[in-house]
Design a protein around this ligand. Structure first.
Ligand SMILES: CCCCCCCCCCCCCCCC(=O)SCCNC(=O)CCNC(=O)[C@H](O)C(C)(C)COP(=O)(O)O
Ligand code: A3P
Length: 316
């Protein structure tokens, strides 16, 4: 025999041959959304794509006169292609224009009524995450050490207020100030505030409600987290023992149902924005800025333990 191993075979040695280990499915990547999250996130670009294609292909929408400066159809009810193409439609005035208020209200309703969120610790952490997404909303749409990021982006990309040159009025650095002075805010890249708000707000509610309510029933998959020593573990490991003794937390409840209604309405209005307003590129940048906010709030803490200690993860 040519073999260099001159020990008797395992059978002769009376040793057990090692049984092959059952194959574990590969762990989800802590730096990326889980497959279920990817499924829900993919709905946003699909809605935007569908709306944009619908606008291009629909004879009614194509035939309606369009103003490229305001990025909307002519608002005269007899010329607008649909009720939803008008800025003064009730859904826009009462829902989207007060959008962050509705998102906040439904979130508070869910947190205060759901049995899984009874512990003060879970409520405080959920409140901190609300603070982060709210800060994103404030910075992008309202104020960012001066004008919000949308208004700053508009000016940086070459836009401005025509009243500044035509009427010689200085300092009209936001769309609101420009319009208040009777000017037209034109010429720049106008990140869609509607797309941003609707994606950020509904994505926030889906995370907060989905991981609490669907964790046991719908989502059999695990979120993974990076521990201080660099090891990748399942996020459930960090759930407090007391919280693991399961409270019957897989029912939506009234708060959850209201939040799902707000998410549904947001997706509907997103589709309306996609069909009747903005260029495809402005909708895309609105989407990307919102996704960046969701990434910072929900994925970043999975791989930065120090941040996870403060903000937690929904449902953990
Ligand atoms: C670490 C620094 C933190 C900085 C900020 C932290 C948070 C400060 C507190 C902010 C108050 C939050 C209040 C929450 C309750 C409400 O939201 S009530 C207000 C209701 N208003 C809205 O929801 C307005 C929503 N509308 C818009 O954002 C814009 O109209 C738009 C939809 C983005 C589009 O604008 P257009 O003008 O139509 O283009
Ligand atoms: N789904 C929708 N329904 C009605 N108006 C919409 C809309 N989406 C966008 N708009 C309007 O289009 C303009 C640009 O929106 P945004 O930049 O926020 O995406 C805004 O006009 P006004 O600012 O004149 O109200 C906004 O009200």
């Amino acid at each position: 025999m040519n073999s260099t191993d001159d020990r008797p075979s395992p059978i002769l040695r009376n040793e057990r041959t090692p049984s092959p280990k059952p194959r574990q499915p590969p762990r989800n990547n802590p730096y990326l959304p889980t497959p279920t999250e990817v499924f829900f996130l993919a709905l946003y670009p699909l809605v935007l794509l569908f709306g944009t294609l619908y606008a291009v292909l629909s004879p009614t929408v194509r035939a309606a006169p369009y103003d490229h400066t305001t990025q909307s159809h002519i608002q005269d009810p007899s010329l607008a292609p649909s009720y939803f193409a008008r800025k003064n439609n009730l859904f826009n005035v009462l829902f989207v224009k007060k959008g962050w208020g509705w998102i906040t209200l439904s979130f508070i309703g869910f947190v205060l009524t759901h049995p899984s969120l009874k512990s003060p610790r879970a409520r405080v952490k959920a409140g901190i995450r609300w603070g982060i997404v709210t800060a994103c909303w404030v910075f992008v749409t309202q104020w960012f050490f001066g004008p919000g990021i949308i208004d700053r982006g508009f000016r940086i990309s070459g836009g401005g207020c025509d009243a500044e040159t035509e009427l010689g009025m200085k300092g009209l650095v936001s769309a609101a100030a420009c319009r208040a002075a009777g000017g037209r805010w034109k010429g720049g890249h106008d990140i869609s505030g509607h797309v941003f708000l609707l994606v950020l707000g509904s994505g926030f509610l889906l995370q907060e409600v989905g991981w609490v309510v669907g964790r046991k029933r719908l989502l059999k998959e695990e979120r993974t987290v990076v521990m201080i020593d660099g090891a990748v573990k399942g996020a459930e490991l960090e759930k407090e023992r007391r919280d693991r003794e399961e409270i019957n937390g897989d029912e939506l409840g009234h708060g959850g149902k209201f939040a799902v209604f707000v998410v549904g309405l947001s997706v509907w209005m997103l589709l309306m924005t996609a069909i009747y307003f903005h260029t495809w590129f402005e909708k895309l940048t609105g989407l990307l800025v919102a996704l960046a906010g969701l990434y910072v709030t929900y994925i970043l803490p999975r791989f930065v333990p120090a941040i996870r200690d403060i903000v937690g993860l929904p449902g953990i």
